[in-house]
Write a protein that binds this ligand. Structure first.
Ligand code: MF3
Ligand code: CO
Length: 259
């Protein structure tokens, strides 16, 4: 299927993106000390059902050998970078940094987004990490424009994040999205000379998603087959939007849930 979406498809993606963003806004508000990951996942399931969307992560497999993903939402706490499982239920505590990643199908097309929540009294260094990751994503978005190389996105993110001494996760990247949860092109969040050279075109729909750690960029996967954690156990942050490439820049498909 073409990586270029039609204006009609982009209109549908935007409808789905609003549902996704409003769902994430609700989940974000419920992500407080004492709430559980499973309760947050249930909000996603209920909201999607009420609005005619279906979860795109539920039963998803990145590779055929993966166990099907067991929820609608990824809840990644502290040293967990992404793909933290919502079940079995875990209690969110004061001081946690929690990544919330969600995707849905709506009228045959899918969108993807994530935010990070600092719960209560979070270490100021960790709060700064989260803010920097959000700003890194904004810088990446500003690099999007038809005619420019995809690698401009990672360069913009790296130029903002690397001088702060944080680790930019290298083994996971942003991606095309829409007809499938993960499509080409891959979008590294750093300069990657080995990545395929792709020029952005009007109508491409991209999920930009920097994952940034307080320490090393190295990650490992837990035995559950999903949860990705930092190799040094330090906290990390993750923000993601889906957008459409335009001649002048980009058109946001998943409005920010928290600004
Ligand atoms: N937003 C996630 C990503 O792009 C999708 C996770 S799929 C899941 O990596 F199955 F892990 F939820
Ligand atoms: Co994604």
């Amino acid at each position: 299927m073409s990586l270029i979406k039609t204006p009609q498809e982009i209109a549908i993606l935007k409808e789905g993106g609003v549902i996704l963003s409003e769902t994430l806004r609700k989940i974000r508000a419920a992500c407080v000390a004492g709430s559980t990951s499973e309760e947050l996942d249930q909000i996603a399931l209920d909201e999607f059902k009420a609005r005619g969307a279906t979860p795109s992560f539920l039963n998803y497999r990145i590779s055929p050998s993966d166990p099907g993903y067991p929820g609608a939402l990824c809840v990644s706490i502290n040293d967990e970078v992404v793909h933290g499982l919502p079940v079995p239920a875990r209690v969110i505590k004061d001081g946690d940094i929690v990544g919330l990643d969600i995707g849905c199908w709506y009228k045959g097309l899918c969108t993807d987004m994530a935010t990070t929540v600092c719960v209560g009294n979070v270490d100021p260094r960790v709060r700064a990490l989260s803010e920097a990751t959000r700003e890194g994503l904004r810088r990446g978005i500003k690099a999007v424009r038809a005619g420019a190389p995809i690698s401009d996105i990672g360069a913009a993110i790296e130029d903002y994040i690397a001088p702060k001494g944080y680790g930019i996760v290298r083994d996971l990247v942003g991606h095309g999205v829409g007809h499938k949860v993960h499509e080409d092109p891959q979008i590294p969040n750093y300069r990657e000379p080995r990545a395929p050279h792709v020029i952005m075109q009007t109508g491409m729909v991209l999920a930009l998603e920097p994952m940034v750690a307080l320490g090393t960029w190295k990650i490992k996967q837990l035995n559950d087959g999903w949860t990705i954690v930092t190799a040094d156990g330090k906290p990390s942050a993750h923000f993601e939007v889906t957008l459409a490439v335009t001649d002048k820049g980009s058109d946001l498909i998943t409005p920010w849930p928290d600004v």
